[in-house]
Unconditional design. Structure first.
Length: 330
């Protein structure tokens, strides 16, 4: 049954395949098919190992996507977010924003399978990028060819998180500045925000918007009043356990419905609502919310993910190929 379901998803999404044959990226040595000679079965092993995890728990796709985003925005896409803390160093995993990340066990399982076939060849940074692509595809998202050839970094510092990751409370100015500093465009910002279509959040992350937006016990006026009432019924004051879907009723399917949610003032995070405060991002939100068959979101998302995956990569002889993703080589 699992194989049949995957084949059906493949047929449904085949038209969305983005072909980037032997693509070289910004002068770096990333290219599609980088492991074609050194580890021919690499991508098949990664896909086959990832598949059972997502079939069993589709909600893993969103946190895996978040892991890649958090990795690439800090020190570039070098797998630094995967490293465990040591006695002498607190890594990115230990920082507040990253303590809610999950899905590391999937990466570890995939790495072990790849190492068994091709020891010391495929980087954890590349494995993360490929796992995310396959997980998104399984939720009826787009398929894109992932340029590979990244090397793994050896440095991970928890204090670098705050200065590099825009929080969910960010306004549009901070979001645009943050993305621009990573070489991403305003379009990349609004398109990658669409990943929230499969996301969920604890009430505590956005409770200020419900109960104390300006410090006077008020509700964020940009939040649809009727939706705010519904959220308050789910999320009581001080609730730190309840989880809410960012795209209600659709969080297991990767689609453009998130933009309709935002356009109607029901985006849960301030960073979602902020997309209506800029001409370019607002126009994209409105166009995707109104479009039907002609939606460009899946194609746009595939392209934006390739752009995300290019941030600060290290290649060639830099860094290393970790034997285990949670630990540097000794």
């Amino acid at each position: 049954m699992a194989t049949l379901r995957l084949f059906q998803v493949f047929l449904q999404q085949l038209f969305m395949v983005v072909v980037l044959s032997e693509l070289a990226v910004d002068g770096q040595s990333l290219q599609v098919g980088f492991y074609r000679k050194t580890c021919p079965p690499a991508e098949a092993i990664i896909r086959n190992t990832t598949t059972p995890y997502i079939l069993e728990d589709p909600s893993l796709a969103a946190p895996l996507l978040r892991v890649q985003f958090h990795d690439c925005f800090v020190r570039g896409c070098d797998g630094s977010v995967l490293l465990d803390s040591t006695e002498n160093n607190e890594t990115e995993k230990a920082s507040g924003p990253n303590q809610s990340l999950r899905g590391f066990h999937v990466i570890d399982a995939v790495k072990a399978a790849v190492e068994e076939a091709c020891p010391g060849v495929v980087s954890c940074a590349d494995i993360l990028a490929l796992v995310v692509r396959d997980a998104v595809f399984m939720l009826k998202g787009p398929f894109w060819e992932v340029p590979t050839g990244r090397r793994d970094g050896r440095v991970s510092i928890d204090s670098e998180i705050t200065e590099n990751l825009p929080p969910p409370s960010s306004n549009i100015t901070r979001l645009k500045t943050s993305f621009k500093s990573k070489g991403l465009s305003t379009k990349d910002l609004v398109v990658l925000s669409g990943a929230h279509t499969i996301g969920r959040s604890h009430c505590s992350i956005f409770s200020d918007r419900l109960y104390n937006f300006s410090g006077r016990g008020d509700t964020d006026p940009s939040l649809d009043p009727k939706y705010a009432i519904k959220l308050k019924k789910k999320c009581k004051r001080g609730d730190v356990t309840t989880v809410v879907e960012l795209d209600p009723g659709s969080f297991k399917t990767f689609n453009k419905d998130y933009y309709k949610v935002v356009a109607e003032g029901r985006g849960i995070f301030q960073s979602d609502a902020a997309l209506l405060d800029d001409n370019e991002t607002r126009d994209y939100v409105i166009s995707q919310a109104a479009s039907a068959v002609s939606s460009t979101f899946l194609k746009d998302f595939a392209e934006a993910m390739i752009n995300l995956g290019n941030i600060g990569v290290i290649t060639g002889t830099e860094g290393e190929i970790r034997k285990r993703c949670a630990f540097v080589n000794f």
